[in-house]
Design a protein around this ligand. Structure first.
Ligand code: MCN
Length: 724
């Protein structure tokens, strides 16, 4: 056996590659109606009047819903960001729908918009939510050690600011919902990460028993954290289907998605840090500003960034304030990493800043400060579980050929070619909460697993089949995994936070153990002796019985056992650690930076499927590279989203991708979970941005020593200006 650790190709791929996968927009029900939203062209405006009579009278329109129709559009009588919905139109087809949407007459009184966090904090700034009295929607502070004393004892103090742009998560599939009510069951299909949450919210909103609401997550074309909230459209479309007793579909256009799906990142850190002359970092303090957008989801992005700010370094004194600020922009929420990419970029920049100040090599300063002994509780109370950071760091440098790459860059510089080599080290927090699995024994010796995970590109059906196969000592080919349907399984959290294989895989292992124990009871009765289990059979003495025959005997009433078992697993966080290196080439004439090579070395405990894990590293790294070099959400001063589609917002493709070389630790430090895994889904997004930023800085310093990058993205224009 031993399927865990094998690079099995994904079971999921056949259906996807043949174009047979069913996404929300592929769902076609008889009598389907199409919903669309009247969305505000203004970032901030009073809604004086919504006249839907022309739209309602348009031939083919079935219903219109505006403020006051119980749909909670434009609360407080105003819109707070461009693209906020003020009304909904339902029509017989999409052509009619788009014509009718144009006939909706809305009178707005535009208000001054506030789009910049610092402007929003000034006295007299326009208020996004008047009831708060200011634009500060949330504040917190994290304190540990004695910061004042540390600064008194320090030899060197650095200070600065680093700002991270907003990003659009840019899943290939935009959001979309279909809902249908047959008088008995309300069924909702959504391009989501959270069918269980949608079910609860829809049931609550419509006053239906949970049991009569079924939410299905069909194939989902990516999410990257942007589909882990229950969005208003999900409730509105469900309500429309319920009220109209007809199936209703809404699928966002790309621009609609750019405006109405949450953005990510958007944090700025103002920092001070201090160290001893020998490089020992004593303290870090600062303020993190979160550009929360028009509504605050309370995802705690700045809090995560604050609490993980010490990173893998043993920094004993810290104080970080977090301030979430409302602005007239699309609300902010999770995007791959959700606070950890920010924490890692911030601390890696601070460590480099201190290294420069002290004239210490960037490797050396890391070596000097890495946490030595695990488990370790950081200054803000987060306990890193397992690992050997110094040893993994050294091994990583060696495996990635860091020093050789630097020498290569020096040689190339002598020939006039400007290469930069950047290094980053990270520890990140993955996995939280409970997860559920239901496992059923079939009478031919195969197994059906229902998981509450909600994969949307990660290949989890394959990985889950691998862990269950190993536990049951069968082939993964006889383990069929179903997901994304609240009719199969009633609760769970879903795929996010790089938690799936660790939390959901562990739930699956527990279910497999339970099922084995159940079937062993029945087998004992049937065999008349206490059996051992191996390879799909129970054996004692010279007698044996296959799992399938036990199942049949249970159906015939010859023995008793539960053939379907459920397991719920509660997972504590676990902490991947790694070293990543990026090499870029800089064109000093244009400021253009090309990523050439990207190497990663990660300790994520047991690697269930190296093919899947490596895919996560490559895709994740490219997104982090995009943050470093390309992508940026831009609003004008009136709050118009300038980068409102893929023509203006630069998502890299395989063309921009560097060569990837992905390594996993040869002697990993497993987590304490039954799978032994730590998450890999976000690690490379977290590690790549600081590695690339450091590489760009390294390249630029070959032309202009001492330049320091203090924001992302680093566009060609930024590079060009800094070099001059
Ligand atoms: N894996 C493994 N060994 C490990 C850890 C993980 O083999 N030690 C494998 C898993 O089996 C799984 C994959 O790697 O196939 C990712 O597992 P995990 O780290 O548990 O992360 P999740 O499955 O929970 O995925 C969530 C993560 C997040 S948070 C974002 S955001 C993200 C990402 O995954 N969004 C994605 N990867 C994505 N990939 C695609 N294609 N699309 C997205 O939207």
């Amino acid at each position: 056996m031993g399927f865990v650790g094998k690079p099995l190709p994904r079971f999921e791929d056949d259906v996807i590659l043949r174009g047979k996968a069913r996404y929300v927009d592929d769902i076609d029900l008889p009598g389907m109606l199409y919903a669309g939203f009247v969305r505000s062209p203004y970032a901030h405006a009073k809604v004086l009047k919504v006249d839907l009579s022309d739209a309602a009278g348009h031939p083919g329109v079935v219903a219109v819903f505006g403020p006051g129709d119980g749909f909670n559009f434009a609360p407080g009588g105003k819109v707070r960001y461009q693209g906020e919905a003020v009304a909904m139109v339902v029509a017989r087809d999409r052509y009619v729908l788009y014509d009718a949407l144009e006939k909706a007459a809305v009178d707005y009184e535009p208000l001054p918009a506030v789009v910049d966090v610092y402007e929003a904090l000034k006295p007299g700034a326009p208020l996004v939510d008047e009831s708060l009295g200011s634009n500060v929607v949330y504040e917190n502070i994290y304190i540990g050690g004695d910061v004042e004393k540390a600064f008194r004892e320090a030899d060197v103090v650095v200070e600065g600011r680093f700002s991270i742009q907003r990003l659009v998560p840019s899943a290939m599939e935009t959001r979309g919902v279909v809902a249908s009510y047959d008088g008995e069951t309300l069924t909702v299909w959504s391009s989501t990460q959270v069918p269980f949450d949608i079910r609860k919210e829809v049931a609550k909103a419509l006053g239906l028993p949970l049991a009569k609401v079924r939410v299905i997550q069909p194939h989902v074309g990516g999410a990257f954290g942007s589909k882990l909230l229950v969005y208003p459209e999900e409730l509105w479309v469900a309500r429309a289907a319920y009220v109209l007793r007809a199936p209703v579909k809404w699928v966002a256009t790309r621009t609609e998605d750019f405006r109405a799906t949450t953005h990510g990142r958007g944090l700025t850190l103002e920092y001070r840090a201090c160290a001893k002359r020998d490089g020992e970092i004593l303290a870090v303090e600062g303020t993190i500003y979160e550009d929360a957008g028009a509504y605050y989801w309370g995802e705690g992005l700045a809090d995560t960034a604050a609490r993980m700010l010490p990173g893998p370094y043993d920094i004993r004194h810290g104080r970080v304030k977090v301030i979430a600020v409302l602005t007239n922009k699309t609300p902010l929420s999770a995007y791959r990493g959700a606070g950890r990419p920010e924490a890692t970029l911030f601390i890696e920049r601070i460590v480099d800043h201190i290294a420069d100040e002290l004239g210490i090599d960037r490797v050396e300063i890391r070596r000097r400060n890495l946490v030595r002994q695990l488990p370790y509780t950081n200054v803000f109370g987060i306990t890193y579980d397992t690992g050997d950071y110094p040893a993994t760091f050294e091994r990583g440098l060696e495996r990635l050929g860091y020093h050789q790459l630097r020498r290569w860059a020096e040689e190339e510089a002598r020939r006039g070619r400007i290469l930069g080599v950047g290094l980053s080290v990270y520890v990140e927090i993955t996995t939280f909460g409970y997860e559920t699995a239901i496992l059923r024994a079939e009478e031919d010796g195969s197994f059906t697993l229902y998981t509450a995970l909600t994969p949307h590109g990660q290949g989890l059906a394959t990985a889950l089949a691998q862990v269950v196969a190993d536990e049951l000592e069968v082939s993964p080919e006889v383990v069929k995994v179903y997901w994304g349907d609240t009719a199969y399984i009633s609760d769970g959290i879903g795929t996010m936070g790089s938690r799936s294989i660790t939390a959901g895989g562990s739930a699956a292992i527990l279910a497999a153990r339970k099922l084995k124990a159940e079937l062993a009871k029945a087998a004992e009765k049937l065999l008349g002796c206490k059996p051992e289990y191996s390879g799909g059979k129970f054996r004692c003495g010279d007698k044996e019985i296959s799992i399938g025959d036990v199942v049949k005997a249970v159906y015939r009433g010859e023995a008793e056992a539960q053939l379907t078992v459920e397991a719920i697993y509660h997972a504590e966080p676990t902490f991947p650690f790694g070293v990543h290196v990026a090499v870029v080439e800089l064109d000093p004439e244009t400021g253009f930076v090309k990523p050439l090579l990207y190497r990663s070395y990660d300790d994520v405990g047991v690697v269930v499927n190296p093919l899947l894990a490596a895919g996560q590293v490559m895709g994740g790294a490219l997104q982090g590279i995009a943050q470093a070099l390309y992508e940026e959400v831009i609003y004008d001063s009136d709050g118009n989203l300038v980068t409102s589609n893929l023509a203006f917002y630069y998502v890299p493709t395989a063309v921009e991708a560097p060569r990837f070389e992905v390594y996993f630790a040869e002697r990993p430090h497993p987590s304490k979970h039954p799978t032994g895994t730590k998450g890999i889904g976000e690690a490379a997004t977290i590690a790549s941005t600081p590695a690339v930023v450091a590489a760009v800085e390294d390249a630029m310093r070959k032309i202009k020593p001492g330049v320091r990058i203090s924001k992302t993205p680093v566009s060609p224009e930024d590079v060009w200006r800094m070099l001059r």
